[in-house]
Design a protein around this ligand. Structure first.
Ligand code: NAD
Length: 479
């Protein structure tokens, strides 16, 4: 789908007119060009900043970035050019005031950022609501004693840690020219050298995260492993993608294949032609199947095993819209939507989440499901859709533990407004409003969602489990 306004204002006279009139000025985002080789991860040098207590971690992060052939600096003198990225290592914060020094150093370089630059924070998780209180009530709990600074149980430490959240989300709203700000939030005990921290950093710095903005990705464990080849992290992996004939599913099939996976694409017989075309392109296997069939999971598994010997990754992407205000909702519209968008994934996971079903030949089990920002914030006319998509998030959280026991992960991706056939059916005015109401002032492309799915499917993302990654350009709903 094309965005005519973006085409008009992304350069030349159109850009000047938009600036003069104070209109939104979306720019073309920096994306990873699948055909390009040796493209640097960032469009300029990377500045690594930290608060006074995080210098050792910042040194380790900088060292790791150097290993990726990046031009890494530890002070704000730039010389020529523009910064490609700024990484703020904040793992040792003990008080919100500690953030002032790195924040102001960042302030000094914001006007020297390249188009499509990145700011990435690396910080520690604040206690989850209720958890610390409950734990602290127990006898002999470390957080109740001197161990505060290490665990986040101290109110000042907790304030500092959650302070990063507010800082990051506001910073993202101030970034210009396609630049984004995101963060990695490490559980206590997870080191900055953990595969998911390094893999997450690489994803966030690269063009693969073009439409991920204002997000904090929780890294809960040191799990996962770095791939031997970062360009093909899914080599040898077998992935099934439902709804692969078009839109986000087709883009996911392409990106997973680019990253080295064998892809089994599933779609309804009516979409058979489109499915065959996509599967030919990625040298995958097409399976015409309605996912609401009671034996859908068994059939997917049987084809995957027959063709490739195992199945490792399942992407629950197939979905439909049946929008109506609740006052006008019909039983059919509610039921049809539930059947495809949540009942089918739930039923299929009864098979896929069973121990020993997913994973083989060295690849870890992964279940990645498509939620939606509507499932987080709600959306007018989408009571049915939002019920199902919020349901996907609940399902994902519940699957995290059984998947972890099998050495795998379950995560969800929540797209905002993505330019697909599905959103092309939205009437013009709400469509245009949705496009412009994100920090990046445009809709995302299917490939942007596909890149997030491929990252979560990768071995380096093994420490990220039970999470929802929004791919929404920091849409101003439900943040
Ligand atoms: P799309 O309509 O372009 O493609 C969906 C695909 O799923 C189609 O090929 C369709 O044939 C297939 N499908 C539908 N019912 C099926 C069934 N019963 N069995 C097998 N295949 C079936 O949609 P899209 O925009 O690419 O969205 C993909 C996913 O992302 C959906 O789950 C959607 O809810 C979610 N999502 C999309 C957006 C967006 O802005 N496009 C936003 C948030 C979430």
């Amino acid at each position: 789908m094309s965005d005519t306004y973006l085409d008009l204002v992304s350069g030349g006279a159109g850009a000047r007119v938009a600036k003069k009139l104070g209109l939104p000025r979306p720019v073309r985002l920096r994306r990873t060009d699948p055909a390009a080789v040796d493209v640097p991860l960032t469009p300029g040098p990377v500045l690594v900043l930290s608060d006074a207590r995080s210098t050792a971690d910042a040194d380790a992060v900088a060292e790791g970035l150097l290993g990726w052939d990046l031009d890494v600096r530890r002070d704000t003198r730039l010389g020529q050019g523009r910064w490609g990225a700024v990484v703020l290592v904040l793992t040792g914060l003990a008080h919100p005031a500690d953030l002032a020094t790195p924040a102001l150093e960042l302030s000094g370089v914001l006007r020297q950022l390249a188009a499509g630059a990145r700011a990435v924070t690396v910080s520690r998780a604040a206690p989850a609501p209720g958890v610390e209180r409950h734990a602290a009530a127990g006898e002999g709990h470390a957080a109740a004693g001197e161990g505060h600074a290490a665990t986040g149980g101290d109110p000042a430490v907790a304030a500092a840690r959650l302070g990063v959240d507010g800082f990051l989300r506001s910073l993202a709203k101030e970034m210009r020219a396609g630049a984004t700000a995101n963060g990695l939030v490490l559980a206590d005990g997870v080191t900055v050298g953990a595969p998911a921290v390094r893999g997450g950093l690489r994803f966030l710095l690269s063009g693969r995260s073009a439409f991920v903005d204002g997000q904090l990705i929780a890294v809960g464990s040191d799990g996962g492993s770095e791939p031997s080849d970062w360009a093909r992290p899914l080599a040898g992996t077998v992935a099934a993608v439902t709804g692969a004939a078009r839109g986000i599913g087709a883009a996911t099939a392409r990106v997973l294949a680019r990253d080295g996976a064998h892809v089994l694409g599933v779609d309804v017989p009516a979409a058979g032609e489109g499915l065959a075309a996509v599967m030919n392109e990625v040298r995958g296997t097409a399976l015409q199947l309605d996912i609401t069939a009671p034996d859908a999971a068994d059939r997917i598994l049987a084809v995957a095993r027959e063709r490739y010997g195992h199945l490792d990754v399942v992407v629950h992407n197939a979905g439909i819209l049946r929008d109506k205000l609740l006052a006008n909702m019909t039983p059919e519209r509610f039921a049809d939507l539930m059947a495809v968008n949540i009942t089918a994934p739930l039923r299929m996971n009864e098979t896929f989440a069973r121990p020993g079903v997913l994973g083989g030949a060295g690849a870890a089990p992964r279940i990645i499901s498509l939620a939606s920002t509507s499932g987080i914030a709600g959306n007018r006319g989408q009571t049915n859709y939002a019920t199902a998509k919020a349901g996907i998030i609940g399902m994902t959280r519940a699957l995290a533990e059984p998947l972890a026991r099998a050495g795998g992960t379950a995560n969800a991706v929540a797209p905002g407004f993505i330019e697909t056939d599905m959103t092309a059916t939205i009437p013009t005015v709400p469509r245009e409003l949705s496009r412009r109401s994100s920090s990046l002032q445009q809709g995302g492309q299917p490939v942007d969602v596909a890149e997030a799915i491929a990252f979560l499917a990768s071995p380096q993302a093994g420490g990220i489990n039970g999470q929802v990654l929004r791919v929404c350009g920091q849409l101003m709903v439900g943040q």
